[in-house]
Design a protein around this ligand. Structure first.
Ligand code: GCU
Length: 592
């Protein structure tokens, strides 16, 4: 394989940079010994980016009578962390740029502990400083990262400064195009995790592929005593599994039991306790099997129809980035009320509370990377960024049995240079990271001529599902009776999932002709849903559908001054939670 020098050089460069890149974050931070840094942080809004030149992270103070500095965190406004900054200062409603955050905290720790500064997510670029010294950076707005600060923290007062930049980048993930509000800020939890010298850094506990009673997993210690005796306990099942880690701190785990399997009807989670000589951790883990058999999806060996709904990570009522368990319950209860058994967390990994709450409620989760629409696959950094973001997503959610599908892209342009090559490579990487879940890509490149869909994209050969977005009845008029729709599938035996469909309506608006799109009436949207449901009966191997989307949400490209006002109105619910007529059509379909 010809490996060009440039790529090797870039990979080496990135590895060197990588050294200061956020480490892959520990899993299950909420079960560890930690101190939360959530709350008020001082901020400096820096639209011109001059804060870098002024080196605001040094927090210089005047010494001589003639000294002065044109910045200060003391006396500055404060923003709440976690939370986007767009919704915390009206001047920042549409802001894409730099905000500097500063948190002061006291530490009086004991020797021999490891300390890690953990971020649930920062959108999009972050540079992190501790007591005036840069400790690293991270790219990507939707996955956790951490920095070890054991040797950098001081007894007494410490200052953390984070430079947050949510500007768009042509080689970013996503790139320049967003059909959602590009919320910036320290959008998820921040804490300091304290561990013993040797600690349980990672573990993966799940059913072996295709099994309903055999767990196959691993666990990893980190620190200077890697070889230790390990116990893994599931008290409810009288399981006390014992093993030893090897000289690299790694232990394989394999045991059998008659598990109560996790499913939407019975979202059973077991309390698992993992102990070694110097650490212990507990988690709530479910056991289920998900696989493709022929043209069906099997959950615990039984065919399952995915009654999905698309959700963005936005609290509709506050119009801000969702991040808390309460936000998750608002969104998931609305999905449950619609009759869903799956949520597609569009178009990026949502916060961990969302994934854990869904699992508790018995709602399956579709986890997705922000490889969204136009991505510059020929930029040498993009494959590296995709792979890193994939690793961070899988690493965080690998023990969440509610997650059944990894989706690695949405509506990328099939003719883009290197798109097929890089996404096929990413698919293979995903399967090496996790062979137990389904992997797919969402495509909208299908042809639609003479009332016939021609589904042809190369990526379908490498996906477990044929997942496609189609907006017939909204962006594209019907070419015949929905029930006469014909299909040509590139992989005729694979399950087909309609991952997006629908259209817009302004809640309460029924002025104007009901059969004309340009009036955003509820009736028009209701008809789209009726026709779509009629068309579903023609889809070969249909394994599920997923309307776009649950709530109206903010998207600055939606410019109509009467009907949109900066909102994408494809919600089945308004941003006030009001049910549109189409909601009842979908509810009826799901209740059958
Ligand atoms: C696309 C895309 C969504 C977008 C939707 C729309 O299919 O996946 O992110 O919001 O269509 O146009 O509303």
């Amino acid at each position: 394989m010809k490996v060009n020098i440039l790529t090797v050089t870039l990979m080496l460069l990135l590895l060197m940079v990588n050294y200061t890149w956020g480490q892959t974050a520990m899993i299950n931070p909420q079960a560890r010994n930690s101190v939360s840094l959530n709350g008020k942080w001082n901020v400096i809004v820096d639209p011109t980016g001059i804060g870098e030149w002024r080196q605001v992270w040094l927090e210089k103070k005047p010494e001589k009578k003639t000294d002065f500095y044109e910045y200060s965190f003391d006396g500055s406004p404060t923003f709440t962390v976690p939370g986007d900054f767009n919704s915390q200062m009206c001047e920042l409603a549409f802001f894409e740029g730099i905000v500097w955050y500063r948190k002061q905290f006291n530490y009086s720790g004991i020797k021999g502990k490891h300390l890690f500064l953990y971020f649930g997510a920062v959108n999009y670029l972050s540079d992190v400083f501790l007591n005036g010294e840069k400790i690293g950076n991270h790219e990507g707005g939707f996955t956790p990262f951490q920095f070890e600060i054991t040797d950098k923290i001081q007894q007494g007062t410490n200052n953390i400064v984070v430079k947050v930049d949510n500007s768009r980048h042509s080689n970013g993930l996503p790139g320049n195009g967003y059909d959602w509000l590009n919320y910036g800020g320290i959008t998820r939890d921040v804490c300091i995790i304290e561990t013993n010298d040797t600690y349980i850094a990672d573990y993966s506990i799940h059913l072996k592929k295709g099994s309903l009673n055999t767990v196959s997993g691993s666990l990893q210690l980190a620190g200077n005593k890697p070889e230790q005796n390990i116990t893994l306990e599931i008290a409810e099942l009288d399981i006390l599994y014992q093993t030893k880690t090897n000289k690299n701190g790694l232990a394989r785990v394999e045991f059998t039991s008659d598990f109560e399997l996790w499913s939407p009807d019975n979202p059973k989670l077991y309390t698992i306790k993992i102990k070694c000589g110097t650490d212990s951790i507990s988690d709530h883990i479910g056991f289920r099997s998900i696989e493709i058999k022929g043209n069906k999806i099997l959950l615990n060996k039984k065919p399952v129809f995915l009654k999905g709904v698309n959700i963005h990570e936005e609290n509709p009522y506050s119009g801000s980035r969702a991040h808390s368990p309460e936000d998750a319950k608002i969104l998931l209860n609305a999905a449950k009320e619609l009759g869903c058994n799956l949520v597609r967390l569009a178009h990026y990994p949502h916060n961990e509370n969302m994934v854990r709450e869904a699992e508790k409620m018995g709602i399956m989760v579709w986890d997705e990377l922000p490889v969204y629409q136009h991505i510059d696959f020929s930029d040498s950094l993009v494959p590296l960024k995709m792979e890193r973001m994939l690793s961070e997503m899988v690493h965080r959610d690998k023990n969440r049995c509610g997650v059944i599908i990894w989706c690695l892209s949405n509506e990328t342009w099939s003719f883009t240079k290197n798109r097929d090559k890089e996404l096929i490579r990413l698919t293979k990487k995903c399967k090496t990271l996790d062979s137990t879940r389904l992997v797919t890509h969402v495509i909208n490149s299908q042809g639609y001529q003479n009332n016939t869909f021609n589904v042809w994209d190369t990526l379908y050969y490498h996906s477990d599902l044929i997942a496609l977005n189609e907006y017939i009845g909204w962006y594209v008029p019907w070419q015949g009776k929905p029930s006469d729709t014909k299909w040509k599938l590139v992989c005729p035996d694979k399950p087909v999932f309609i991952s997006e469909f629908g259209g817009e309506a302004l809640y309460g608006n029924n002025d104007g002709p009901k059969d004309e799109a340009a009036y955003w009436t509820e009736d028009y949207q209701e008809n789209i849903y009726r026709d779509q449901i009629e068309m579903f009966s023609t889809v070969p191997n249909l394994c599920g559908v997923c309307p776009w989307l649950l709530f109206d949400y903010k998207s600055l490209g939606r410019l109509h001054p009467v009907y949109q006002k900066g909102y994408n109105r494809k919600g089945l619910l308004s941003e006030k939670g009001e049910k549109k007529k189409a909601w009842f059509v979908m509810k009826k379909y799901y209740s059958k």
